[in-house]
Design a protein around this ligand. Sequence first.
Ligand code: NDP
Length: 248
Amino acid sequence: MDLLNKTILITGASDGIGEVLAVEFSKLGSNIILLARDPSKLDKVYDRLDNSFSSQKHLILQADLNLLSNESAHEILRAITEEFTCLDGIIHNAAILGTMTTLEDYELSKWDEVLNINLRAPFLLTKTLKSILEDSTLPRIIFTSSGVANIGRAFWGAYSVSKFGLKGLAEIFANELETTSSIKVFNFDPGATQTKMRASARPAEDPNSIKTPDALMDCYLWFFSEESSNSTERYFEYADLSKKVTST
Ligand code: NDP
């Protein structure tokens, strides 16, 4: 699989799963566009990115996805096209958990923030950046799902609703693009993974009982492979996909 000189935008690249994906894809020669909110965390990840390949370059896009507008999405498009000739992939990974409480007690402002970051921003970014993905030879859009995208569980509130919505969004983009574009759209549930979000959601869990983010890398590599171009499946869970990729 040739990831040399691929350009991949990773949202939520300053921490957790996104940070590990950024570092690992950079080691394979990809140019990484790091998007997140916190500038100091972004700088630290930028410093960890590999630069062994002469043509490799990386870009920080500091943005608060809660506040993303048409104008700021177009600024992101401009910033990317100033540095790169095309975009090969978007990994929509940024999300917040919001509050673990009943719907009755859910604060409206927090509800809006969760829906803005987890669902509205991936819609607006995809719609705005789609044109520069078209120039890639193997363009990919990967949305990030969750176990609570499929079943409504008490107290998961806006987070769960956002992931249900994202599932619909991914399916609609995939269906609209399958006959008109070479862009492949996938939606991936990484499953329980050691990060700050997981620790907030499950404070009583022993973090060492679950996988670290680097265990996900084989799945993400498969999404960027030629093999996945032939896949008619769009929704993947870590447990199934990791078995499939290790058996091939
Ligand atoms: P983390 O909380 O560790 O990281 C979240 C990332 O999202 C950070 O880089 C953060 O950046 C960024 N982010 C949050 N809010 C904003 C914002 N307003 N604007 C821009 N960036 C923002 O989460 P995980 O790594 O655990 O989760 C990654 C993805 O995986 C999420 O989509 C999550 O729903 C999904 N997932 C995770 C599971 C797990 O067990 N960890 C299980 C199932 C799904 P900053 O720090 O700069 O704010």
